[in-house]
Design a protein around this ligand. Sequence first.
Ligand code: MF3
Ligand code: CO
Ligand code: CO
Length: 275
Amino acid sequence: MAAQISPKPIYLSDNMTVTIKTPEEIEKMRIAGRLAAEVLEMIAPHVVPGISTGELDRICHQYITETQAAIPAPLNYHGFPKSICTSVNEVICHGIPSDGKILKDGDIINIDITVIKNEYHGDTSAMFHVGTPRPHNKKLIEVTQQCLYEAIDLVKPGIRLGDIGNLIQKLAEGNHYSVVREYCGHGIGKVFHEEPQVLHYGKPGTGMELQKGMTFTIEPMINLGQRHTKLNKKDGWTVTTKDRRASAQWEHTLVVTDTGVEVLTARKDEKYFNA
Ligand code: MF3
Ligand code: CO
Ligand code: CO
């Protein structure tokens, strides 16, 4: 793979190889994935004007630790201070919840949940409108979800990572949006971020070939304006668009099956959900 793009790939150590999960491991990932999806379902009705992102974090932390008896993976991960990521408007990813950040009508927010259960991770995120959606944000959110869904529908043994990246890039840029390049999807299992890196742009027929038993995320970050990012130097985490225009992201954790894909973090309202 090409030179690592920073900073998400700093989590990846050298010399790691892709792990193929056993059926027993996939069963544990199903459980972790289901729990992560249920946190998003639980928090949805709380995303209203006037609530702070700090309060959303507290509600999720309590639900994960007490109701689910699971671990919120972000907390203390490389020093991250909270249990979930909350990325509002021009924040692309890794927004830190705070009591001072009050959601207002017309905001958009990505809530990114990662739980650990029986040592395995489930990682998923979704976008929410706060109050009344603004048409340009609504379309950005819908197209970004379509990027994720069409990419998922491509996944099966034998396709290549570049096929996924290319599909997302073509759909986003075809709508005059841009694709964030500095952050990517990732392999996942006992380790939160493992190989491979799953770029959301690229060329068809390039990159690693997918194999049955691989587990990874797809999590496109799509910007209304330009693709360039800015890392907040004070908190070391918050990534925003350089032009301060809005960004959207959706994420699922997947496993490659014999004939296709299983979405481990599917919510009840999604076509991927298995009861
Ligand atoms: N959940 C994010 C991802 O999709 C990672 C968050 S790391 C944190 O990979 F430290 F910011 F929480
Ligand atoms: Co992820
Ligand atoms: Co995530």
